[in-house]
Design a protein around this ligand. Structure first.
Ligand code: AVJ
Length: 358
């Protein structure tokens, strides 16, 4: 393979290369990192979406036909808790499959990444996979989670700092879908590694995913790599079961979106008036999740009234499942090249290592 990464990786000594990048105008909103993190109270601007942001997005989705709301608003405190519960459900295979894959293949993955990486993670979850990755890598110089929730950011960095005292913690409180200027590590990084596990990329539409991959390409530069978790296409019955668990935790997770909207933007969704529905579309290779109106009803948001017919849906989440080809095509549209990849023994879940095409 003749990739930029292959050429660069011949120079094993940490090279001085810019993780510095051009700052777009959108960055005025997104750029809020703290460069020194020895202090406990991180000096970060909290970019939690405001009530106005959420109301604007909700209104735009509810006037649209068919109606939609964005899955990015699932993750308030209760939503994050419910997602953690989902990862432990017997039907929800992705998390435990990804962790088993890492347990089996991390030594090879770490070797492909090389030493002295600056690890940049998009979002920060429970930290379990991060811990495994940081443990396996050879002398990573710094860790930068990019996370919109200040409390989630503080919690994750607080724990990791104690466990990895030799890795510089450089958190950024920002929306990772926007361009973010990376803080510089004290020790020079050999390369930037963007880490985006969990198949979270699957929640974006193809256009949004390509835009996000383009951002990653800018962030990693010519020398860096991105390690991305992707859920793979498989027996549709297994996929549908994962999003329609018998205990109903996923339904609670989906409905919590309405609870959050009622609390934060003062809407009056009747929680008994809507039901969770998740269907696998094999042609599109994705789960579509909806909230389905159980009857004719009206919902109010501010001055606006939204009428629902019986069985009318609100689309609330995509969860794309990939093939090798479909993911490589998405990466190519963003100027990225799959330079390595690992699947679990059943090929249910994959990790792909991407680099910029020359
Ligand atoms: C956290 C985005 C990977 O799409 O599988 C789980 C979220 N939604 N069950 C996924 C989710 C319903 C999950 N990700």
């Amino acid at each position: 393979m003749n990739t930029c990464f292959d050429q660069d990786s011949r120079h094993l000594a940490p090279a001085h290369q810019g993780s510095s990048r051009q700052v777009s105008t959108a960055e005025r909103f997104a750029k809020v990192y703290a460069s020194d993190l020895s202090q406990d109270d991180l000096d970060l601007t909290d970019l939690h979406p405001t009530r106005a942001d959420i109301a604007r997005d909700a209104l735009a989705g509810l006037v649209h036909s068919p109606k939609y709301l964005s899955s990015k608003y699932f993750y308030d405190a209760r939503g994050s808790q419910l997602f953690e519960a989902i990862t432990r459900l017997p039907e929800y295979y992705p998390t435990r499959t990804e962790i088993a894959l890492m347990e089996a293949r991390l030594p090879e993955i770490a070797k492909a990444i090389g030493r002295y990486a600056h690890v940049v993670e998009y979002g920060s979850g429970s930290g379990r996979k991060t811990r495994m990755l940081l443990d396996a890598l050879a002398d990573p110089v710094a860790y930068t989670p990019i996370e919109i929730s200040r409390s989630a950011l503080q919690a994750s960095v607080g724990r990791l700092r104690a466990e990895f005292p030799h890795i510089q913690m450089l958190p950024v409180c920002a929306d990772f879908t926007r361009s973010v200027e990376l803080p510089h590590s004290t020790r020079t990084a050999a390369r930037t590694l963007v880490y985006f596990p969990g198949s979270t990329i699957g929640n974006f539409t193809a256009d949004e995913a390509v835009a996000l991959l383009r951002e990653m390409r800018v962030t990693i530069g010519q020398r860096g790599v991105a390690l991305i978790g992707i859920d793979l296409q498989k027996d549709p019955a297994l996929i549908e079961a994962a999003y329609n668990d018998a205990a109903g935790v996923t339904a609670q997770f989906t409905l919590n979106l309405l609870t959050r909207l009622n609390r934060e933007i003062g809407s009056d969704f009747d929680l008994d008036g809507f039901r969770h529905r998740a269907r696998y579309d094999a042609n599109a290779g994705r789960i579509d999740t909806y909230l389905v109106s159980q009857r004719q009803q009206s919902v109010h948001v501010g001055q606006s009234t939204f009428d629902f017919a019986p069985d009318e849906t609100i689309h609330v989440e995509y969860s794309h499942k990939y093939t090798d080809t479909s993911f490589a095509e998405l990466a190519a549209l963003a100027g990225l090249h799959v330079i390595d990849g690992w699947n679990d023994s059943r090929s249910w879940f994959g990790l792909r290592l991407l680099a910029a095409r020359c």
